[in-house]
Design a protein around this ligand. Structure first.
Ligand code: PLP
Length: 367
């Protein structure tokens, strides 16, 4: 067989449309209002920042590759066995590790039609086939998932709540979905926004992991804990899956500053309560203001809202995005998620919310 004339990547890799993150800069403005990446409104716990700074003199040392202290703290905080926790450089890394471990050429990875983009990207990266499952009212549909399971299915990813729609599945629906899956399929519940949810019928996934050998819950320090720049996430797994992830992860996959800041953050329960209370105040505030402008919103339980703009060119999502950007307010266009009529707006500070609501009112009023 003739050798290829140039290096050839693995199957699927060139089918990936690279992930495009939210805008972080606006021309000529030093500090734009950043509502494009679902980062925290209030910033990290001062204790986490202090722990990060305190590590500056130690960065010539390798981190603790077992993340022992952080896993112990997570175990105490959530009443979990630390041996079943695996830490990663953001939950993105854990999503990729699950794909590497359980998917590959000839297999299928299911995700919700408007689910987080790293699921199909991660599937393609390992040569697997991503399968988008239709939703009902922009919400993951348990029956839709079950209808698409085949003998090739290895992984099911569900963000709960989902980004970018903000919708969620109740504990009961998630359990029903799980009950219908074959035992060799891993159900990965990505609960990146779990701490923001205040619904009685919601459960982040711990109860299901505790009783099923094929369910993993993913969590992150990037959202309510406001440590997105440090890259820290964790997975709560059945023992056999934790063992698999520990075999394939890098030995020092989480940096020492991330471990230190994460530990301080998890112990600062007052900062967590403040961040939650802030979202409880401003999520409904922004939602009501936008609805009062005649805009259609998907009910959100996260720290962001998905807003549908009118179809007519002067008031559509592209025009709204550009108008807000001209006011140094950065939001996220949703074309990449197949929702070109929508903008996603992160809950920021009170002043930022007032600014975006006022700017959108002006935009909608303009003829
Ligand atoms: C649903 C979901 N999962 C995972 C992530 C990635 O988080 P991390 O920063 O921990 O990699 C995000 C980030 O936006 C997300 O929305």
């Amino acid at each position: 067989m003739a050798a290829a004339a140039a290096p050839v990547p693995g199957p699927g890799i060139l089918d990936i449309a690279p992930y495009v993150g939210g805008e972080s800069k606006a021309e000529g403005v030093e500090r734009p209002i950043r509502l494009a990446s679902n980062e925290s409104a209030l910033g990290p716990s001062p204790k986490a920042v202090a722990a990060y700074k305190a590590l500056a003199g130690e960065i010539h040392r390798y981190p603790d590759g077992s993340a022992t202290e952080l896993r112990a703290a997570l175990g105490r905080h959530h009443a979990l066995d630390p041996a079943r926790i695996v830490c990663g450089a953001g939950s993105d890394e854990l999503i990729a590790l699950l794909q590497r471990a359980y998917a590959g050429p000839g297999t299928e990875v299911l995700y919700s039609r408007h689910g987080f983009l790293m699921y199909p990207i991660g599937a393609l990266a390992v040569g697997a086939t991503p399968v988008a499952v239709p939703e009902r009212s922009l919400t993951a549909d348990a029956d839709g998932f079950l209808a698409r399971v085949t003998e090739r299915t290895r992984l099911v990813f569900i963000a709960n709540p989902n980004n970018p729609t903000g919708t969620y599945l109740s504990a009961e629906e998630m359990a029903r979905l799980h009950a219908g899956l074959p035992p060799n399929v891993v159900l990965a519940i990505d609960a990146a926004y779990a701490e923001f949810v205040n619904r009685n019928d919601y459960e982040a996934g711990i109860a299901l992991v505790n009783r099923a050998p094929n369910v993993v819950m993913l969590r992150t320090f990037s959202k309510i804990y406001a440590l997105a720049g440090l890259r820290l996430g964790w997975a709560y797994c059945p023992p056999a899956i934790a063992d698999v992830l520990n075999r394939i992860r890098g030995p020092f996959n989480v940096s020492a500053p991330a471990l230190a800041a994460g530990l301080a953050a998890i112990e600062d329960v007052a900062a967590l309560a403040r961040a939650r209370a802030h979202n409880d105040e401003w999520l409904p505030w922004l939602s009501e203001r936008l609805q009062a402008l005649g805009l259609e919103l998907t009910p959100s339980v996260g720290n962001f809202v998905l807003v549908r703009l009118p179809d007519e060119p002067r008031h559509n999502a592209d025009a709204a995005f550009a108008f807000l950007q001209s006011r140094a307010i950065l939001t996220r266009l949703m074309g990449g998620y197949g929702l070109p009529q929508c903008l996603r707006i992160t809950i920021g500070t009170g002043a930022e919310m007032e600014a975006v609501a006022a700017a959108l009112a002006e935009f909608m009023a303009a003829s």
